[in-house]
Design a binder for this molecule. Structure first.
Ligand code: DX5
Ligand code: ZN
Length: 211
């Protein structure tokens, strides 16, 4: 079985971002997870459009951009222009889900939708055929290094059983080799990991253990 591994640079050294991107690229990661936070949708502020544009210049990895922001529809075009390959918005942050999916897809990139731990999996069903990716949060969004919430992973089979076969089901939060196993057994095929990879003594082995 092969998983798409998307290391979260939130746990990387921002003063050595290119070095830390190359480390996961050389280890075989296929995507790079970029957490965009606005201090409103979540209580933390991280990366914005100019950083994504700079990252685009130093890597060919698929840029998997997780938008934890209010009014994400305002920022789709700027992130597309910066080089994002996937834009994942939060269900809880938008009023018109269909419109933002259509907007993202109009730029010929992948559209993802994420649900927070307390959001019911049912909200995903109406949009499943239009989405390329569903991100099931396994922690409350906002910070790296939190503990995996097993009950969130139980949403995965409901998505898998109701979706078309090429939907990407991604998990994010507290993922390590053990919790990744729980999620892939449930049907996840894309794994985001921040601390497990970047705080490891052996980044290469950490990435490979998730592939
Ligand atoms: C949390 C972010 C995650 C975070 C994961 O809100 O969406 O992508 O970087 O970090 P770990 O893997 O350390 O839980
Ligand atoms: Zn994330």
């Amino acid at each position: 079985m092969s998983n798409i591994v998307s290391p979260s640079i939130l746990s990387a050294d921002f003063a050595n971002l290119e070095r830390d991107i190359k480390r996961v690229e050389n280890a075989g990661a296929q995507w790079l997870h970029i957490d965009v936070m606005d201090g409103h949708f979540v209580p933390n502020i991280t990366i914005g459009v100019p950083v994504v544009a700079s990252i685009r210049k130093v890597t060919d990895l698929c840029l998997d951009v997780h938008l934890m922001i209010e009014n994400p529809e305002k920022y789709i075009e700027p992130f597309v222009n910066a080089g994002a390959d996937i834009l994942t918005f939060h269900y809880e942050a938008v009023n018109d889900v269909s419109a933002i999916i259509k907007l993202i897809k109009s730029f010929n990139i992948k559209a993802g939708m994420s649900i927070k731990p307390k959001t019911s999996v049912d909200v995903v069903y109406p949009y499943m055929n239009d989405l390329d990716l569903v991100l099931v949060m396994t922690v409350e969004p906002g910070f790296g290094g939190q503990k995996f919430m097993n009950e969130c992973a139980k949403k995965i089979p409901y998505i898998k059983d109701n979706s078309q076969k090429d939907l990407i089901i991604q998990v994010d939060g507290g993922i390590n080799a053990e919790t990744a196993g729980i999620c892939t057994a449930f049907g996840a095929n894309s794994l985001v990991a921040g601390n497990y990879i970047y705080k490891s003594d052996d980044i290469t082995s950490a990435v490979k253990s998730l592939l």
